[in-house]
Design a protein around this ligand. Structure first.
Ligand SMILES: Cc1cc2nc3c(=O)[nH]c(=O)nc-3n(C[C@H](O)[C@H](O)[C@H](O)COP(=O)(O)O)c2cc1C
Length: 244
């Protein structure tokens, strides 16, 4: 029976992060299936040995591990690697015993292209295999910042009224609906002790918007932010250049 899961939330941005938004969506749906969730924000956990010991015990008790992490420099961040090393050592020291455990990983890239996450997801898969966990699958999320700002549910609610010929339908509604459906199927499978079918994971292999739209949007966000803090006039300053 699947009745306990651990959520390893690996972003230093806490609840404001895409890793939290997407990972907690998965765990809230698991909770609806009657599965108990233990949540660890690993940046805090790593600072406290008692918390680390508690986390190890929770992995030992869990049937499902949900690891949700940002992508840093095309790879797993240092602290995500640290937590994997700690768990690996605990398995070697038999503090984490043998039992059927599924690992689902979510990798959140800032850039548009989902496939930047591929190496990180292979690292998480290797982590699972090294420790005798069953690799349930990896969700590669591109332009994940969208979900740092909005939860899947609130975003779909906000966008519900958009006509299908509105350009935002293609770049926001369609991708969010795909992610939502893959997550729901993943949860269904995990709660039954099964892995996520590869065909489902393949549905995440899309690029949500044209690159130019992403660059334009990014530039506009930069300007809006500068306006907010009153630095628009300074955006082109070059303080590192010597004044003549
Ligand atoms: C140090 C650092 C390195 C990053 N490297 C990449 C990268 O290689 N590729 C990418 O797509 N995004 C990169 N990003 C952006 C993050 O992956 C992106 O903002 C992600 O959504 C953050 O997830 P979070 O909100 O869960 O922290 C980087 C961000 C930081 C702070």
């Amino acid at each position: 029976m699947t009745d306990q899961a651990i959520f390893l939330m690996c972003s230093p941005r806490g609840e404001e992060s895409a890793s939290y938004s997407l990972g907690s969506y998965v765990t809230s749906l698991l909770e609806e299936k009657g599965i108990t969730i233990n949540e660890y924000h690993i940046y805090k956990t790593l600072r406290n040995q008692t918390k680390i010991d508690e986390m190890i015990k929770s992995v030992n008790d869990s049937d499902i591990i949900v690891l949700s992490s940002p992508l840093y420099i095309d790879s797993a961040p240092t602290n995500t690697i640290k937590i994997m090393n700690i768990i690996t050592q605990a398995v070697q020291e038999e503090k984490i015993g043998k039992k059927k455990r599924l690992l689902l990983a979510i990798s959140c890239a800032g850039y548009l292209e989902f496939y930047h996450n591929n190496i990180a997801l292979q690292i998480y898969e290797q982590f699972a295999k090294t420790n005798g966990f069953i690799w349930a699958g990896g969700l590669p999320i591109g332009a994940a910042g969208t979900y740092a700002m909005n939860t899947i549910t609130s975003f779909l609610e906000q966008l519900a009224q958009l006509p299908t010929d509105d350009p935002r339908y293609e770049i926001y509604v369609k991708p969010t609906k795909i992610i939502d459906s893959v997550i729901k199927i993943s949860v269904e499978k995990l709660s039954q002790g099964e892995i996520v079918p590869k065909d489902e994971l393949k549905k995440l292999a899309f690029v949500a918007m044209p690159l130019e739209a992403y660059v334009k949007g990014g530039n506009q966000n930069w300007i809006n932010w500068a306006e907010e803090i009153g630095t628009v006039e300074k955006l082109r300053d070059k303080p590192y250049e010597k004044k003549k």
